[in-house]
Design a protein around this ligand. Structure first.
Ligand SMILES: Nc1ncnc2c1ncn2[C@@H]1O[C@H](COP(=O)(O)OP(=O)(O)OP(=O)(O)O)[C@@H](O)[C@H]1O
Ligand SMILES: [Mg+2]
Length: 409
């Protein structure tokens, strides 16, 4: 069950009501004891950034550091202690901080805020704690970060998205949904909470009907809302990408899930009733399976899959060439970024790790043009800085060598 659960872990509900318009850019990024960096600082002036260096130099680590300013577990999904700089087999407390600018579309700065996060040693012993600071003040939850910063990422790990299991695609879809419909976080965390509680009760053999019914009612209501939001965003995004007729192939998107299927056949309220009935019936079976995994539950929202087809070719993404798969991913991420920018004036930061790999020269230039057109601050990495030469007038260039960063422009 945990595999399914993780995929719904999007930022918390507090983010939902507080996402404001504007272009977000990181002005200064500092890393302390993060991965292979003892201390590093990057000044961007709000421009896009190109990080180049040899394999293992520390390029992805910089993007990962920035991704910790989005609630969640970063672009590698690593454990918090893993990212602390390892020395003599011991991991250190670490910190990432950035000054974040939000500019209204007319170009003037409407907010300047400093964000920080990291792992601090627990002075009383016991587990180390993640801390989050906004303008130097400690805040209780990571959710506060989402009020000030948002980013999308593409990493080489995602190159196998269409070959791997459903979880990765579901996580990718939920990120896309969240970027266009921030209230998605509240639905998913509400669903998750009820799912976990129910699993715990069943596992412990606490067959309390009222309690279980209340949780199943929440699961049904939130599960329907999650599925409806996924259907809505997948539909709108696919339609927009197709209409944009951009340089990247459009994707046909569909969702393979029981709730999504039912929503196509009957009114939402009826779907909720069906889910509640089915969950009630599967209690005993779920209890036998350690709280999870009943016949029906296995196809609820935490198990849905995103099916992607190369639109122009009408071919499943999983059988497309590596470059075609990359183009589909780039097209979806840029499409979502463009929709948020055009429709709501929200321009998030793009973290594009090794994005040049598998893209031919024409599509790489098209990518640069799209990013410029959307107006996003993009962080590119690559082993060969020359590939990014067309960005020279607008981006800042840095070279990285074994955890040391130097400006090159
Ligand atoms: N916790 C850690 N402490 C110290 N070093 C670490 C830690 N985690 C990872 N590293 C090291 O950081 C180095 C840089 O990793 P990173 O993935 O950023 O390289 P990269 O420049 O993106 O390389 P590539 O071009 O191969 O993708 C690696 O050698 C890795 O072993
Ligand atoms: Mg890398």
């Amino acid at each position: 069950m945990t595999q399914g659960l993780a995929s719904l872990e999007t930022p918390s509900p507090a983010a939902a009501n507080s996402v404001r318009a504007g272009r977000i850019a990181a002005l200064r990024l500092t890393l302390n004891n993060f991965r292979n960096y003892e201390h590093a600082r990057i000044e961007t002036e709000g421009r896009s950034v190109v990080l180049s260096g040899e394999n293992g130099a520390g390029k992805t680590n910089v993007l990962e550091a920035l991704s910790y300013l989005v609630p969640g577990s970063g672009l590698r999904g690593a454990k918090l202690f893993e990212v602390g700089r390892m020395e003599n087999g011991k991991s250190s407390p670490w910190a990432v901080a950035a000054n974040i600018e939000r500019s209204a579309m007319a170009g003037h700065v409407s907010e300047l805020v400093s964000l920080g996060t990291g792992l601090v040693e627990n002075p009383k012993g016991g587990r180390d704690k993640r801390q989050v600071h906004v303008d130097g003040e400690a805040v209780r939850t990571q959710a506060a970060l989402a009020e000030h910063f948002s980013a999308h990422w593409l990493s080489p790990q995602m190159d196998r998205l269409f070959q791997g299991g459903a979880e990765g695609r579901r996580r990718f879809l939920d990120r896309l949904v969240f970027s266009l419909d921030p209230a998605h976080a509240g639905r998913t965390s509400g669903y998750m909470h009820a799912l976990r509680e129910r699993a715990r009760l069943l596992k412990d053999g606490k067959m309390d009907d009222a309690w279980l019914s209340a949780l199943e009612e929440t699961m049904a209501a939130k599960g329907v809302a999650v599925a409806a939001a996924r259907l809505d965003v997948a539909g709108r995004l696919a339609e927009r990408c197709r209409a944009l007729d951009g340089p990247f192939p459009f994707a046909n998107l569909s969702i393979d899930g029981l709730v999504e299927h039912w929503l196509g056949e009957m009114p939402a309220l009826e779907v909720e009733e069906r889910i509640k009935d089915a969950l009630k019936k599967s209690r005993n079976l779920d209890a036998q399976n350690g709280g999870a995994g009943g016949a029906l539950e296995g196809r609820l929202a935490h198990q849905s899959d995103l099916l992607v087809e190369h639109g122009p070719k009408g071919q499943k993404a999983s059988v497309c060439s590596t470059g075609e798969q990359k183009m589909l991913l780039v097209g979806l991420v840029l499409g979502a970024a463009r929709m948020a920018a055009d429709d709501e004036g929200r321009v998030a930061v793009l973290l594009l790790d090794e994005v040049a790999a598998h893209l031919d020269a024409r599509h790489l230039i098209a990518l640069f043009d799209e990013v410029a057109d959307i107006g996003a601050q993009a962080w590119f990495t690559g082993t060969d800085a020359a590939l990014f030469a067309p960005l020279k007038p607008s981006a800042r260039f840095f070279s990285i060598d074994d955890g040391h960063i130097e400006a090159r422009d």
